[in-house]
Design a protein around this ligand. Structure first.
Ligand code: PEP
Ligand code: MG
Length: 760
């Protein structure tokens, strides 16, 4: 049964559009269940009716015409109850409704299961049969499993079908102003043209791109085929001690490429569909794969894997020849869209051309989102129902305040968003006026505001925003931009720029924090559970050579400036601090022995793990400062993966448990007179900043975009107001109530606009 299920889901997944997917579904389920009828009813949300969208067994003429409301018929009952209904004599049920158009009267047995995605009912899947019998438990279980698998496919296809209507095989008719929801990851509005980037040589991620020069694409394709053939031959020859049957596999591969069928088909599609070579290759290979996947013979089914592998090889060759999109190919207002945005992709678009970012995977707490905020680029993450592959070249509005995007915006829509951009510009200009003023409350409490940096460009931007130093320099960012570990002198050069930009103000450099979702291509860490694995300080203490080299580079960069502070990420135990301090001291001695004179920097730790919260007082005794990484702390306290859009709603810095932990750390550090700050995103949230100040944090470090906003709020309150608000908040047990309370407080201060434009 599992095999049948897998096959159906695969076929449905690779269907050209929603109608084709549903038709495949009903036909396969009808045959697998050996019943007479299988139908799917899909909810039309505007009319709140369940419309017959596909059937095998009922009158096909009824498709699209017959519909039921939630209060009508057994289909409506399944939808309302949100559970299966299994009847052997449906006609005698009080909710039975006879629909003459469908020719339904002959069917007595009825099994209907709801299709539910993220708590939302999308439709009902039904099987029917003339013979009076109850479908048995295993049949019911099959239908429930089928519907759970299909819910995601249906939700995706539904959203995709809304954004793009495939009117003809190649011609896309695009609806205006279709809204797709994601997570707001970096505020602001972007209006621009989509460029789709795909992460790796993965056939499933290849976007559609129209080509103007089919001949050139065919030429690229022929060259890629030749290169792939040569590569396979070489690999086959190099593996001389291969067994004959394995060797034969290489011969089969080469023959498949020599065989004109596959190649000719790709060329035909390039010519007829005006598709670029990668897109035509994807279509042909995936059709072959689906064909082999359907075979009952396990040997033939295995050939699907061979074809996929072959396709990936040719694709890799094609990507090598086309990967580097020349700068002039990016439109002036580029909105980068990808299945999964990575930090290195941000560097591919010239900065002055990049206006917005959209990623189907990831969430607002992913590192790429943090970088986007630092760059001030409006960004949406976790837009799971986005037809990424078909979006290249379309016009888009990205609303980074509310986490929405609008495809092919109408003139009215553009106007509405241009007005918000204007309003935002005025706000920023207003904030300019307080650039050089301190973040002091009305009654004289002084808070220090610093920035988080990773690139030299965001360091420069921070200066015009009135930052008083760097509270977190993410050193992994320059590491991610390279193809190997940067040498000591390369690192020293990069660090020097940061230190010199801010001197004499302090720059807090965090030692390399990789692992989790921060990967170096040249140092891959493959783990089942990376956020609970080899991360941050755990990696660098296991590789003292990397740690020592980095610390030496930091120290040398600081010569004559002496504004360096060193910070250790992901500390879980006291021993890690002792070990790291020992290594830092050793590096310091080595530098001094080289005859270089530099001051010993202050060394602090990050509190990002719940264990460290409860040891905050012991840690405070050992170090020069403490900084809370509220992003990871929230993730670990709430057991919510910060990158997973499915649970993004649960990730909330205003959760009472998070706020209690933050307060506990502030109290512990203050009891030891150890300076204490926050460098997670909570510090850059104007409402969060108010609460943190009231808790007793001395310094907040945030992205440059938010710094003037936080300063404006701090300057508009009395410390008493903030403390009062904190007191009330700490009595609450719901994150939603806390969010409303702090928003209300900002509105009362006349600072509501700081949180973003009023909802429309
Ligand atoms: C944090 O976890 O809050 C933090 C500042 O570190 P990063 O976001 O780089 O993991
Ligand atoms: Mg962290």
């Amino acid at each position: 049964m599992l095999n049948v299920l897998r096959q159906i889901v695969q076929e449905v997944n690779s269907a050209a559009d929603l109608d084709a997917a549903l038709q495949i579904l009903v036909e396969r389920v009808q045959s697998a269940m050996e019943t007479e009828v299988c139908s799917v009813y899909v909810l039309n949300p505007e009319e709140r009716r369940y419309v017959l969208r596909a059937t095998k067994g009922l009158n096909p003429e009824a498709v699209g015409k017959v519909s039921l409301s939630a209060s009508e018929g057994l289909v409506g009952l399944v939808a309302v109850r949100e559970e299966p209904i299994n009847l052997q004599d449906a006609a005698s049920h009080p909710r039975y409704r006879y629909l003459s158009e469908t020719g339904e009267e002959r069917y007595n047995s009825f099994l209907g299961v709801p299709i539910i995605h993220h708590k939302r009912i999308l439709g009902v899947l039904v099987v029917q049969q003339s013979a009076r019998r109850k479908f048995d438990e295993s049949e019911e279980a099959f239908m429930v499993t089928m519907s759970a698998q299909l819910a995601a496919v249906l939700a995706h296809a539904e959203a995709t079908g809304q954004v793009l209507e495939v009117a003809h095989h190649t011609k896309r008719k695009i609806k205006q102003d279709v809204v797709v929801q994601g997570a707001a990851a970096s505020p602001g509005i972007a209006i621009g043209t989509v460029v789709v980037l795909s992460p790796t040589a993965d056939l499933y991620d290849v976007p559609d791109k129209e080509t103007k020069d089919a001949a050139q694409e065919i030429d690229r394709f022929n060259k890629a085929i030749a290169a792939a053939r040569e590569q396979i031959k070489q690999v086959g020859e190099a593996l001389s001690d291969l067994r004959p049957e394995e060797k034969a596999l290489f011969d089969v591969y080469v023959r498949m490429l020599d065989d004109d069928a596959l190649g000719n088909e790709v060329i035909r599609r390039i010519e007829e569909n005006r598709q670029w070579a990668q897109g035509a290759l994807r279509d042909v290979v995936l059709e072959y794969v689906a064909h082999f996947d359907r075979m009952d013979d396990p040997y033939l089914r295995e050939r699907a894997t061979d074809i996929k592998d072959l396709g990936a090889r040719v694709l890799a060759q094609l990507q090598d020849s086309a990967d580097a999109i020349p700068d002039h190919a990016f439109p002036d207002n580029t909105i980068l869209v990808s299945e999964e945005l990575t930090p290195s992709m941000l560097g591919e678009v010239p900065e002055h051309k990049l206006v917005g970012l959209v990623s189907a995977k990831g969430s607002a707490n992913s590192h790429v989102a943090i970088l986007a905020r630092a760059m001030g680029v409006p960004t949406l993450m976790g837009v799971v129902d986005l037809p990424v592959k078909q979006m290249d070249g379309i016009e888009l509005v990205v609303d980074g305040y509310r986490g929405r995007l609008y495809t092919h915006p109408s003139p009215q829509m553009r106007e509405q968003f241009r007005a918000i951009v204007e309003e935002e510009k005025l706000l920023v200009e207003g904030l300019e006026a307080i650039k050089d003023l301190p973040a002091t409350t009305k009654d004289g409490h002084r808070l220090k505001l610093c920035v988080n940096t990773g690139l030299i460009t965001d360091a420069l931007r921070s200066l015009d925003r009135g930052a008083e130093g760097v509270g977190l320099y993410r050193t992994e960012v320059p590491f991610m931009m390279k193809e190997r570990f940067p040498s000591e002198s390369e690192q020293a050069q990069i660090y020097r720029k940061q230190l010199a930009t801010f001197a004499p103000q302090p720059v807090t450099m965090r030692t390399l924090d990789i692992g989790g979702d921060k990967a170096l291509t040249y140092f891959p860490i493959e783990e089942d559970n990376p956020f609970l694995g080899w991360r941050g300080i755990r990696v660098t203490l296991d590789h003292p050579e990397i740690f020592l080299l980095q610390v030496r580079a930091m120290l040398k960069a600081s010569v004559g400036l002496n504004n360096l502070q060193i910070m250790l990420p992901m500390i879980t135990t006291i021993n890690e601090v002792e070990e790291a301090q020992h290594l830092i001291y050793r590096a310091y001695q080595e530098v001094i022995e080289e005859g270089i004179h530099v001051d010993m920097p202050k060394v602090g730790v990050m509190i990002e793990v719940p264990a460290a919260v409860y040891q905050a007082r012991s840690l405070a005794k050992m170090v020069d400062f403490i900084s809370v990484g509220s992003n990871d702390l929230t993730q670990y306290l709430l057991a919510v993966d910060r990158n997973n859009p499915r649970v993004a709603e649960l990730y909330d810095g205003f959760h009472p448990a998070v706020l209690s932990a933050m307060k506990y750390v502030a109290d512990s550090a203050n009891a030891e007179q150890c300076p204490v700050s926050v460098c997670g995103e909570m510090a850059g949230n104007p409402a969060g900043a108010l609460l943190l100040m009231a808790m007793g944090y001395d310094m907040l470090s945030m992205n440059a975009t938010n710094l003037p906003r936080v300063k404006s709020v701090i300057r508009s309150v009395d410390m008493g107001f903030a403390q009062n608000l904190l007191e009330q908040v700490m009595e609450q047990d719901s994150p939603h109530i806390i969010t409303s309370m702090v928003e209300l407080a900002l509105n009362k201060l006349g600072q509501g606009r700081i949180l973003g434009p009023a909802s429309n």
